[in-house]
Design a protein. Structure first.
Length: 224
């Protein structure tokens, strides 16, 4: 049986990037990441995995090369335009949580986009229940544990149902039960056609996706 022909959702061509006053750099990165299915980005710490994700989402800008998202020139897209297409989970969840209360964190962006309050409430309750955060609905985000912040950040990026997700070490701070719930959720999203780019050193977690396409990066260069 032939494999389904799935288009590329993310394309990098000859992308280079260097941090100021640092020896590390990305050199001539060429990547094709499919619109559906899961891609596992592997490599040792400091190899450039998170940097590539930040270039894709627009947090960083390449010094040269081209980047396309869903067929569009990503370098001409705003952060908001990229955010509608790609949900990004930071390695440190505290970096993307900014609202003082849990319920406000989930509702802020949807309200800016004009989503009806009853739909915001329904989606919030569904996600809080799924991630075991319902009892923290009105709690200050500052006092959440790292694992709770990780789950809240994940709920936040899933709220707007983007067609593609980038997850940077998503199991950090999660216990075994919540790691399994996350794996089950990702399988469900994959079945619904969501594309996923996953960075994870959690080998048992990554092993639950045996069909993942694997891309290895080492010292700022694609190794496979």
């Amino acid at each position: 049986m032939q494999k389904e022909n799935v288009k590329n959702f993310i394309e990098l061509r000859n992308v280079c990037f260097a941090y100021p006053n640092a020896s590390f750099s990305l050199e001539n990165i060429d990547l094709n990441i499919k619109a559906r299915g899961i891609t596992l980005l592997c490599g040792p710490n400091g190899s450039g995995k998170s940097t590539i994700c930040k270039l894709i989402t627009g947090i960083l800008q390449p010094t040269s090369g081209t980047l396309r998202i869903d067929g569009e020139n990503a370098l001409q897209m705003t952060l908001a335009q990229r955010g509608r297409k790609i949900g990004f989970l930071f390695q440190n969840p505290a970096q993307q949580i900014f609202a003082p209360e849990v319920s406000e964190e989930l509702a802020f962006i949807p309200r800016l986009l004009g989503m009806p309050e009853n739909e915001i409430e329904a989606r919030s309750n569904e996600l809080l229940q799924f991630f075991g955060l319902q009892k923290h609905k009105n709690s200050p985000t500052f006092f959440l544990s790292r694992g709770e912040k990780q789950r809240l950040a994940m709920a936040g990026i899933l709220f707007m149902r983007p067609p593609f997700l980038i997850l940077d070490e998503p199991t950090t701070g999660l216990d075994e039960e919540n790691r399994q719930k996350l794996a089950d959720l990702l399988h469900k999203l994959l079945e619904q056609g969501t594309g996923i780019l996953l960075i994870s050193h959690d080998e048992p977690f990554a092993a639950q996706f045996p069909d993942a396409e694997i891309i290895t990066i080492k010292d700022g260069r694609i190794a496979n």
